[in-house]
Design a protein around this ligand. Structure first.
Ligand code: 5GP
Ligand code: SF4
Ligand code: MG
Length: 449
């Protein structure tokens, strides 16, 4: 998912709309915006792409200087409208809207506990839990939020909007990205820095793991909900999820992908090929890195149809298969008779690579050498990226040789975790889907592992 907020800037909701537009790649199943004018908090949301959900007149009632928004990529909970965010509660302490990116790993346990106490959940997603944890506690809202965060385990960034204030929260492992910017005389907060340009905001810094920012009439106030903090940003953000023009923890996503392409090329000193082809769009940076390092020309061997969105995010396998077919075509005149290095960013279920190797061969390619700019994905993610169950992860079912023949590739290579560490330097990352070393306890999810 993607979250975006603006505090203290006029037309906050239209700014949030712009920001969400730049975050659309982070989720296509739903979109919503809440805004507050100091007295009233209003919300509008719906299923689908941002541009499908919002007509210009839907933004008009969302008046006020403070606003938060969300684009949804469902990993926990179904696709019912109740799970589309912001989630708004009208409680004794006033109205509260919340947006969430990530996944709470102890959500089942917390829900059971809360339901036993009489709480009634509106939807099936895990994002609502924070609202329930806040209720019924004593003290200021900031104190309540802190106490709630201590109970939540897993990956989360939250933006919380009340009638007057806004809060931004990042989990103590910093699993999902969140950045703070200056926007006019106010602030903006975004899952990715690429959205700052949309509202002419200036990047200030990343929100730190375990940090809670309170934005109020008193300005910006920073506190931490725990002493145990680690930087453990999701490596898949760099590999696939984030936009190449975003910087995460100070590192530019495109440059990091290029580095992984360079490292792949370093393993291929002996390979005799004619050209490098990337799988648009997510692997283009890595393919450029490979091309520069190897001296092989980068070619447009695959063309992407602009009118198809991210295929992986589609919920069923048949939709994903159809998606790849609709999305990508081989450029026959370029690839016929050629030996091709095909670079993709990741291999999850194998849908994309298998289909593309076939496409290139049908277009007359002589050899196709598949190079994946990440390690083999062997373990599921429980932190908000839908790499799904272990059975679906093709690398956990097949040996490298089996995989190579399944893909009909002439050769096949991956990076290893050490290669990624080399690329990312000092930045602490989560690599759990590659090495199974999860940053948190997995609670009931652990049984499915
Ligand atoms: P596969 O087709 O092997 O199942 O998935 C890999 C392809 O899907 C790559 O082209 C990658 O860019 C894309 N991909 C999409 N979404 C995700 C996601 O959430 N995780 C990952 N790893 N890859 C995705
Ligand atoms: Fe990211 Fe993988 Fe860690 Fe999930 S398990 S947070 S996808 S690195
Ligand atoms: Mg891709």
């Amino acid at each position: 998912c993607g979250v975006f907020g603006i505090y203290h800037d006029n037309k906050a909701a239209s700014g949030v709309y712009m920001g969400l537009h730049a975050l659309q790649h982070r989720g296509q199943e739903g979109a919503g915006i809440a805004a507050s004018d100091g007295t009233h908090l209003r919300c509008y949301k719906g299923k689908g792409l941002l541009t499908d959900v919002f007509r210009p007149e839907d933004l008009e009632p969302l008046t006020g200087n403070n606003s938060i928004g969300h684009v949804r990529y469902g990993t926990a909970g179904g696709d019912e409208i109740e799970n589309v965010q912001p989630i708004v509660a009208r409680s004794g302490i006033g109205s509260i809207a919340v947006v969430h990116n990530g996944q709470i790993v102890n959500s089942l346990e917390l829900k059971e506990e809360l339901e036993e106490k009489g709480h009634i959940f509106h939807g099936s997603s895990d994002s609502e839990i924070i609202l329930h944890l806040i209720q019924g506690r004593k003290g200021s809202l900031l104190e309540k939020i802190k106490a709630a965060c201590v109970r939540l385990d897993g990956a989360y960034t939250f933006l919380i909007l009340t009638e007057k204030n806004m809060y931004a929260i990042r989990d103590k492992n910093g699993l999902r990205p969140l950045a703070l910017g200056r926007c006019g005389d106010g602030y903006c907060i975004s899952s990715e820095t690429c959205a700052f340009d949309m509202v002419d905001a200036e990047y200030i810094r990343d929100v730190e793991p375990g940090e809670i920012l309170k934005l109020s009439a008193r300005g910006l106030q920073s506190t931490f909900y725990t002493e145990e903090r680690r930087q453990n940003i999701c490596a898949m953000e760099y590999i696939y999820f984030a936009r190449p023009d975003s910087n995460i923890e100070g590192l530019n996503v495109h440059m990091m992908r290029k580095k992984t392409g360079t490292i792949l090329a370093g393993k291929d000193a002996e390979l005799n090929a004619d050209m490098v082809v990337g799988v648009p769009d997510s692997s283009l940076s890595a393919a450029i890195g490979y091309s520069e390092a190897s001296g092989l020309p980068y070619e447009m061997g695959l063309i992407k149809n602009r009118y198809v969105g991210r295929t992986f995010i589609q919920p069923t396998q048949s939709q994903r298969d159809m998606g790849v077919r609709l999305k990508l075509s081989a450029n026959t005149s370029v690839v016929a008779g050629k030996k091709i290095v095909l670079v993709d960013d990741s291999l999850v279920r194998g849908t994309t690579s298998r289909r593309i190797v076939r496409m290139l061969k049908e277009a007359g390619a002589g050899e196709v050498h598949v190079r994946i700019a990440s390690p083999q994905i062997l373990y599921p993610c429980f932190y908000g990226v839908d790499t799904s169950t272990r059975e679906e992860l093709i690398s956990s079912r097949m040996s490298l040789e089996e995989l190579q023949s399944f893909l009909h590739a002439d050769t096949l290579k991956f990076l290893c975790v050490e290669d990624l560490q080399e690329a990312y330097g000092e930045t602490g990352c989560c690599f759990a889907c590659f090495d199974g070393r999860y940053a948190t306890d997995l609670y009931s999810y652990g049984r499915k592992k």
